[in-house]
Design a protein around this ligand. Structure first.
Ligand code: CDP
Length: 227
């Protein structure tokens, strides 16, 4: 067992849309043999259920009701972590543009965030986790051992998201994707509750000119420096 495995550190990775957090967090967790928790997938699953029930995203009371009712699980799978919504694997559906388009409205509701925060803290309680999102270092796990804030210029982020969606055969329009990213960042960073921002003690990693392997190595170096 490696030193990091024994120490069971808690690693928080936050950042704006398509900054490379999830890919990096997943690979770092794999290398360290830690649990990877994609909090965006949890908000995405909730948003999908709101769409499935045809509830308007502006109807806060109804959305909160759904958040209290649904059972969202993140489970390991052969091709990476899977998102299970009330027993059904929705890992692909939650990435659809319809979900992405309204998610920031739903994620801004105070009670929704409270419910998610408690679930996320429960998942991280034993340490040995890499959790990524928007408010992990600031609100969900303020005591995290390592806090990273990943960022990149909006054009690079739009290019990466287009590539990702094309690989999944989801039809995309680059301008729409870029506009969506800008809109989401704006809502996420200006909301009253748990806005997207670096924690005071976060290390900023600009991924604009980095490959995925570089990004992963940067985080691993930061973890190793701490030890
Ligand atoms: O992968 P991408 O960068 O598109 O985003 P994500 O991590 O899947 O998160 C999707 C959306 O969920 C964000 O734009 C936020 O509105 C919301 N979210 C949040 O509010 N807090 C989190 N901890 C994670 C996601």
């Amino acid at each position: 067992m490696s030193k990091t495995e024994k120490l069971k550190l808690t690693i928080a990775i936050d950042g704006p849309a398509a900054s490379g957090k999830s890919t990096t967090a997943r690979q770092v967790a794999q290398i360290l043999n830690y649990l990877y928790i994609d909090t965006g997938a949890m908000y995405r699953a909730l948003t999908l259920e709101v769409l499935n029930r045809r509830i308007p995203e502006k109807n806060e009371d109804e959305v909160v009701k759904v958040a209290k009712e649904v059972n969202i699980q993140l489970v390991p799978g052969v091709k990476g972590p899977r998102t299970i919504l009330d027993g059904v694997d929705v890992s692909e559906e939650i990435r659809l543009p319809e979900v992405t388009h309204i998610i920031s409205t739903i994620s801004a509701y105070k009670e929704v965030r409270e419910i998610m925060k408690l679930k996320q803290r429960e998942l991280a309680k034993n340490g040995g986790v890499v959790m990524d999102g928007r408010d992990i270092g600031t609100v969900v796990l303020p005591q995290a051992d390592v806090k990273i804030f990943m960022d990149a210029c909006v054009d690079d982020r739009a290019d990466r998201r287009v590539k990702e969606l094309k690989e999944k055969s989801i039809p995309v329009d680059r301008e729409n994707i870029k506009e969506d990213i800008i809109q989401r960042d704006l809502i996420d960073s200006t909301r009253d509750v748990a806005p997207l921002k670096p924690a005071k003690d976060a290390i900023i990693v600009d991924t604009s000119n980095l490959t995925i392997a570089d990004q992963v190595q940067k985080v691993i170096d930061i973890v190793n420096d701490l030890l």
